[in-house]
Design a protein around this ligand. Structure first.
Ligand code: SF4
Length: 86
């Protein structure tokens, strides 16, 4: 399982989550050239260790454990996965 970034991140991209993630699995960061071309941030499910530290850092409550993603935002589980397939 992994944590998932959902719709409230769109247009927000605060990146406070990036600063606290111990395994650097939230991308793109502000240091990456692709930061400006994505409308939200994503969590790499293969690297996330489910520590939960990012959840409280998010100012718009966009991050959930996969099993707790609200029904209307379930599509973001796959959206996060797909980002890291490219
Ligand atoms: Fe990183 Fe932990 Fe959040 Fe996973 S749950 S994205 S490991 S801070």
């Amino acid at each position: 399982m992994a944590h998932v970034i959902t719709e409230p991140c769109i247009g927000t991209k605060d990146t406070a989550c990036v600063e606290v993630c111990p395994v650097d699995c939230i991308h793109p960061t502000k240091k990456e050239s692709s930061y400006g071309t994505h409308q939200q941030l994503y969590i790499d499910p293969d690297t996330c260790i489910d520590c939960g530290l990012c959840v409280d850092e998010c100012p718009v409550q966009a991050i959930f454990p996969q099993d707790d993603v609200p029904v209307e935002w379930r599509k973001y589980i796959q959206i996060n996965v797909d980002h890291f397939k490219k």
